[in-house]
Design a binder for this molecule. Structure first.
Ligand SMILES: Cc1cc2nc3c(=O)[nH]c(=O)nc-3n(C[C@H](O)[C@H](O)[C@H](O)COP(=O)(O)O)c2cc1C
Length: 198
């Protein structure tokens, strides 16, 4: 059931063991754990320290969870219904520092979700991010102001057994994880020229 990164390099165990499950147990995530997870987001670096991340967080059984579920595409609804926590990441498009459009707000928000993912792993939880949701519907139902943009949805929970999923998802849950070798994306001298590091 586990599928850690296959790597010859000695990377941090929480990075090695991270992956994006679609099956979650029915176990809820307690308030203090969620507080620590979003506190981790708070300490994300950002351009001009703009801190453009915002989150809408729902736990299963509450109205917010139902509303986030409504924004997901059907494919994601089918598995995310198992998740005890659903959240939306939202970014502020305009820099607080200079009032101009930020070039990096999506990058900054993505990095804050990376912090969330790492802290969640530290808590024994897994995160599954989703681009498959309607940002427009999210803006409507949550009254997101014009100068903010919903960027992703994500699920947090305790990793469950593939047996809890429909067959095609269960297969995906067991399939091997794949990555390009680092030599394909770490360059020196010119773009595309593999660095001597690899
Ligand atoms: C921005 C983003 C959007 C994603 N969108 C979806 C999605 O809509 N549905 C889904 O099932 N997985 C989604 N994923 C999960 C990716 O498919 C997954 O991270 C990738 O296949 C690598 O697998 P791993 O996270 O298990 O290493 C998304 C991941 C990211 C970071």
């Amino acid at each position: 059931m586990d599928k850690p990164a296959k790597t010859n390099f000695d990377i941090h165990p929480l990075l090695k063991e991270r992956w994006s499950p679609r099956s979650f147990t029915g176990q809820m995530v307690d308030k203090e754990t969620l507080q620590r997870i979003f506190e981790a987001a708070r300490w994300t670096p950002s351009s001009s320290n703009d801190q453009p991340w915002r989150f809408i967080v729902g736990t299963k059984g509450d109205k917010t969870w139902d509303m986030i579920m409504e924004t997901l595409v059907e494919f994601n609804q089918k598995w995310a219904k198992l998740a005890p926590v659903l959240a939306l990441s939202i970014g502020k498009k305009i820099s607080d520092k200079n009032g101009r459009p930020s070039r990096t707000f999506i990058y900054d928000v993505g990095q804050s979700v990376a912090h969330i993912t790492f802290q969640a792993m530290h808590e024994g939880l897994f995160v599954h991010q989703m681009g498959g949701f309607s940002a427009q519907k999210a803006a409507e139902i949550f009254n997101i102001p014009e100068d903010y943009q919903a960027i992703t949805a994500f699920a947090i929970g305790h990793k469950g057994s593939p047996d809890l999923l429909e067959e095609n998802f269960a297969e995906m849950e067991k399939s091997e994880r794949e990555r390009h070798p680092a030599g394909d994306f770490v360059f020196s001298k010119s773009f595309g020229n593999t660095s001597d590091l690899f």
